[in-house]
Design a protein. Structure first.
Length: 518
């Protein structure tokens, strides 16, 4: 059954007091994942879905991360949807604004914006055993749905450091993913906490504008060269007009990136070349021996995400930039004090400390068949899912960018599209086979995750001697996919209904009749 729901949902769903509006499928979030899912449903001829998005436009992480220097570290031609290649990329590695424009244009071209409810903060997702539907609470009213696709992403909830006194800081303070563009940093004394992927882009972008910049480093990252350059006009014309040229280029980038999987997951010796390259870069780009010592990583390359930048080390080497490695003891109204007792005065504090990934607060808002939240379930068994897409006890709920589908070496959009294949086929199977509920069997989920953890145990992420957001509080790697990405693609090609406990709509209808029969 397909129904046009858009207009009246936006109208009647806009008030907390209105009755819940029913939609067959609700997608939560409209970043690369949620938007891609919406487009696929539209391509399948469906219009009985809504995308609830807390922001005021599509884009997800690329809408939210507007910090100076924000750019992707996966090449442009790979970091895009396979069904919407863009011959007009201006650089080999795109900047945030260009990616956001691309996502916007894809949404417009595929005519799914009318299915969106923007500025809609989803506050709860609860399975109702009586109605066998999902009940969704939001800032734009209540909804019910037969199926829910969670596409909230892993890097959406900023993680703020629990540092004594940080809430009493009186200058400008903001997280990298919530950049305050009204804050004028020019000529100011600024501190950045964190040296991850965001920080290493922010630091060079602001170093020459601020009076002084203190970079608080807990763990030094491994850095590789960034092979970024503008595309020349002949190249762009070739991407546009020579049939197959762009796909070929994309395939070559994909293949080159995929070779890293062997080194990261099975043959650590293969990472030695990267390590040598990174050490050479450090030696060339940082003149000061003491600074070089400070920023030399003390774990194996690849254990944390390998970062790419040609500007970070030279920025650290500037006279107005200091790398502080003494742990932070406390933040005061106008300064940061480190454990060695040094107090450094600042006007602004940028918190580039990453995201809640394995402990997402969203998990506390999703309640399954037995009344327990995802947070409670994950607390017990660890963050896990079957094929990153389904969790036992949560019928008719699918995840995009769920547990263990993350990557460090290539395009997440590839993984997202694999999951979209799987979930779209699941929704089609539900319709074709007249299924009422599908819920992954606990033993299937358990075996799948046992196999994953066996593979992960040998990887550099688990054995490389670092602490990272890839690992949860139990020390399990519940974020990354430990194999070639084409293996995940083949695993998710079709919905494997045999892995699921199902109920049929016919049985549900019969139950309903029993209830109403005299
Ligand atoms: P991140 O990689 O998690 O880095 C957070 C940084 O903050 C780390 O250096 C961490 O130190 C430090 N930190 C955390 N808590 C701290 C505390 N209490 N005190 C002191 N330091 C603390 O976060 P991110 O840089 O935002 O990047 C997150 C992910 O987003 C990346 O891994 C990547 O997947 C994605 N990303 C991609 C791009 C890109 O494509 N160019 C850009 C930005 C982000 P430790 O290392 O010691 O934990």
């Amino acid at each position: 059954m397909s129904r046009k729901v858009t207009d009246n949902v936006v109208e009647t769903g806009a008030s907390d007091t209105s009755a819940p509006r029913h939609v067959t499928t609700i997608i939560v979030g409209s970043g690369f994942a949620g938007l891609g899912m919406a487009i696929r449903l539209r391509q399948q001829g469906r219009d009985d879905f809504l995308v609830l998005e807390r922001g005021s436009e599509v884009g997800g992480t690329w809408r939210d991360n507007t910090y100076p220097g924000a750019a992707c570290d996966v090449p442009s031609h790979l970091y895009s949807y396979s069904f919407a290649l863009n011959p007009d990329w201006t650089r080999s590695f795109s900047k945030q604004g260009e990616i956001q424009n691309y996502i916007r244009s894809v949404a417009q071209r595929h005519d799914v914006l009318d299915n969106h409810v923007f500025d809609c903060d989803v506050t709860s997702i609860r399975w109702n055993n009586e109605t066998t539907q999902w009940e969704i609470g939001s800032s734009k009213g209540a909804f019910t749905a037969d199926t829910v696709v969670s596409a909230i992403g892993a890097l959406c909830e900023p993680s703020l450091p629990d540092i004594k006194g940080i809430n009493d800081f009186e200058g400008e303070i903001f997280h990298s993913a919530r950049w305050n563009h009204d804050a004028d940093l020019d000529g100011k004394r600024v501190a950045v906490i964190g040296t991850g992927a965001s920080s290493i882009q922010i630091v060079p972008a602001i170093a020459n504008k601020v009076a002084s910049l203190d970079v608080y480093q807990r763990t030094a990252p491994w850095l590789l060269p960034r092979m970024d350059r503008p595309y020349l006009l002949p190249e762009r014309l070739a991407f546009k007009h020579i049939p197959g040229f762009q796909r070929l280029s994309r395939a070559a980038i994909y293949a080159a990136r995929e070779t890293q999987v062997l080194g990261l997951t099975r043959l650590p010796v293969l990472m030695k070349g990267f390590e040598a390259l990174s050490r050479a870069k450090l030696a060339i780009e940082i003149r000061d021996a003491e600074l070089r010592r400070k920023v030399t990583p003390n774990y194996r390359i690849g254990c944390k995400r390998m970062l790419i930048s040609n500007e970070y080390y030279p920025a650290l080497d500037r006279d107005n930039v200091d790398v502080v490695t003494d742990p932070i003891a406390e933040v005061k109204a106008g300064s940061i004090v480190t454990k060695d007792g040094t107090e450094r005065e600042i006007d602004a504090l940028i918190v580039a400390t990453g995201f809640h990934v394995t402990d997402s607060p969203v998990y506390e808002t999703v309640y399954g068949r037995d009344g327990r939240s995802l947070a409670e379930v994950f607390d017990e068994i660890g963050q896990q899912a079957y094929k990153g897409s389904a969790v036992a006890n949560f019928p008719n709920l699918f995840f995009l960018v769920g547990p263990n589908v993350g990557l460090g070496h290539t395009s997440m959009v590839y993984m997202i599209e694999s999951q979209i294949n799987y979930v779209a086929d699941a929704l089609a199977t539900i319709a074709e086979q007249d299924l009422h509920t599908v819920e992954v069997r606990p033993e299937v989920q358990r075996d799948y995750n046992r196999d994953l953890q066996d593979k992960l145990a040998k990887t550099v992420w688990n054995t490389g001697g670092c602490a990272s957001w890839y690992l949860d509080k139990h020390g399990n790697n519940t974020t990354l996919w430990p194999d070639f990405t084409f293996r995940f693609r083949s695993l998710t090609r079709q919905f494997d209904v045999d892995a699921y406990n199902v109920t049929t709509s016919a049985a549900a209808r019969a139950d309903d009749q029993k209830v109403v029969a005299p």
